[in-house]
Design a protein around this ligand. Structure first.
Ligand SMILES: [Zn+2]
Length: 250
């Protein structure tokens, strides 16, 4: 095997695997990296080329909305060329074949979970392929560029359209629903997240408090790795399908 499998947990015992009733999966940029989407925080990632304060904060948008729209227009057009990878497919398979509930909470703004067939999905940081009207609050599926004079299909006004993504300093979406899922979870799996982005980094602690088994699947140990009962490290397209296979085969 080209990657190391490590586990600190006795929960590898196969008999414990089959009975999870409520699985919560948190996914981050590491899941989509092998689809060719740049990660944000890694060396060479997007935040090494752009200052997030310029392109991913409300203040940056107020200062230079054209720059911010252009940044997301580039991301949106690049998205047309990417496809879900084996890790997205494995998670969709888990959702459809596991007897208990499976919900995916993603930090990713791409649409690769949906493209792989996921249905029970929460986009906590919004969606690249949607536009939000800051004036009337309407959300629209969006594949074209957004310009300064783009008209809102709902209220008809121009000058208020922005990508429907959560910027630094803004409240992530659906936090109440996520908290409810975490309080019901008996298995919490974090995949491809750097472990230092709150509030997502706190989810593992919340799940543990509620008695869930906790698993990190990541390319390398994350900053929050010590919080997880079980750790499996390697490329997402290898470790995620293997882990899903274990869950489904009990
Ligand atoms: Zn509007």
């Amino acid at each position: 095997m080209p990657y190391a499998l490590r586990s600190s947990s006795k929960a590898l015992i196969a008999g414990l695997m089959a009975n999870y009733q409520h699985i919560v999966v948190l996914t981050g940029a590491g899941l989509s990296a092998e689809s060719g989407l740049s990660t944000f925080r890694d060396k060479g990632g997007i935040w090494s080329k752009y200052d997030y304060r310029d392109v991913a904060t409300p203040e940056g948008f107020a200062r230079d909305p054209g720059l911010v729209l252009d940044f997301y227009n580039q991301r949106r057009s690049a998205h047309a060329n990417v496809r879900p990878n084996g890790a997205h497919a494995a998670l969709a398979r888990l959702e459809h074949e596991h007897a208990g509930d499976v919900v995916v909470v993603t930090q990713n703004i791409d649409a690769l979970h949906e493209a792989a067939g996921a249905q029970n999905l929460i986009h906590m940081h919004g969606e690249l392929m949607k536009a939000l009207c800051a004036r009337c609050g309407a959300r629209h599926a969006w594949v074209e560029d957004i310009a300064l004079d783009t008209r809102c299909p709902a209220c008809g006004k121009t000058g208020s359209m922005r990508p429907d993504v959560v910027w630094f300093g803004e409240m992530p979406y659906h936090m109440q629903r996520i908290a409810e899922h975490l309080s019901a979870a008996d298995l919490f799996v974090s995949i491809g997240t750097s472990g230092n982005v709150y509030p997502a980094a706190a989810f593992v602690a919340e799940a543990r408090l509620n008695g869930a088994h906790t698993v990190e699947l990541n390319l390398e140990p994350s900053e929050g790795a010590s919080l997880f009962a079980e750790k499996i490290h390697g490329p997402a397209t290898q470790v995620v399908p293997a882990y899903v296979e274990r869950l489904l085969s009990g």
